[in-house]
Design a protein around this ligand. Structure first.
Ligand SMILES: NC(=O)c1ccc[n+]([C@@H]2O[C@H](COP(=O)([O-])OP(=O)(O)OC[C@H]3O[C@@H](n4cnc5c(N)ncnc54)[C@H](OP(=O)(O)O)[C@@H]3O)[C@@H](O)[C@H]2O)c1
Length: 226
């Protein structure tokens, strides 16, 4: 049913594992991140297409979607996965620049890509948008306040995408992963979920029957109770 996938944040962590998993399953994948070196390595290891883009730049975000459509013919699945928390700090110690950077990457970019996807997918009556949020959007942790706020905004945006897309045959899923052991944070967390495990979990969504739509999915490593 779905043949082509655009994965953002594909040069590291969950997205990198996802591209490997999806390519092994036979999907045609368009991968993106900022690092040309990491993207070149990924393309040497898989048969994915791709290009670099800094998603904090709205022009690059919109152009990326067009590039993926041109390369794949059409994007069946958009996986809004790119994201970052740039620093842990109490709100009183944060800056406007940090707020705007978190907004640009974690909320504005998925909005722009999702908007482009809805414009293309709704007339086709076919497509799937998966938004990678975080359990931070449910827990509101104070030292990651701006990140959690933007992820909460993304969760809300994702629900709106569902309401606007589903009547036209689209699926939209809002994902709330708990801890994943990726370069997202500087220290290793071996008791967190493996990126490969998370990739398999996300890729499995694409194989569900057409009459089953996962609106929201929260999944955590065994030690996390909430
Ligand atoms: N790890 C966790 O515990 C966890 C838990 C819940 C949710 N998440 C979410 O899962 C998603 C993936 O995270 P991860 O753990 O895989 O982190 P990661 O290993 O740090 O990967 C982040 C990805 O986002 C890309 N990215 C960062 N800034 C970008 C920018 N300005 N423009 C374009 N791409 C950019 C990075 O590529 P470049 O560096 O090449 O630009 C990289 O491919 C994120 O949305 C994160 O919030 C993570």
């Amino acid at each position: 049913m779905y043949k082509t996938v655009l994965v953002t944040g594909a040069t590291s962590g969950i997205g990198l594992a996802l591209v490997h998993d999806l390519c092994r399953r036979g999907y045609r994948v368009y991968a993106t991140g900022r690092s040309q070196e990491a993207l070149t390595a990924l393309q040497a290891e898989t048969d994915c297409l791709g290009s670099t883009a800094d998603l904090t730049d709205p022009t690059q975000a919109v152009a990326l979607y067009a590039a993926a459509e041109a390369a794949l013919g059409q994007v069946d699945v958009l996986i809004n996965n790119a994201g970052a928390n740039h620093r842990k700090a109490l709100l009183a110690d944060t800056t406007l620049e940090e707020f705007e950077l978190q907004y640009a990457l974690n909320l504005r970019a998925p909005y722009l890509l999702g908007r482009e996807a809805l414009k293309a997918m709704v007339p086709r009556g076919h497509g799937y948008i998966i938004n990678v949020v975080s359990t931070c959007a449910l827990r509101h942790p104070s030292p990651m306040g701006i990140y959690a706020t933007m992820k909460s905004g993304l969760a809300s945006l994702s629900q709106v995408m569902m309401k606007e897309g589903q009547p036209h045959g689209l699926k939209v899923s809002t994902l709330y992963p708990g801890g994943v052991d990726t370069p997202f944070r500087s220290e290793a967390k071996p008791y967190y979920m493996l990126p490969d495990s998370v990739a398999t979990t996300i890729a499995t969504l694409l194989t569900l029957p057409p009459d089953v739509i996962v609106h929201e999915m929260t999944f955590r490593p065994p030690f996390e109770l909430e």
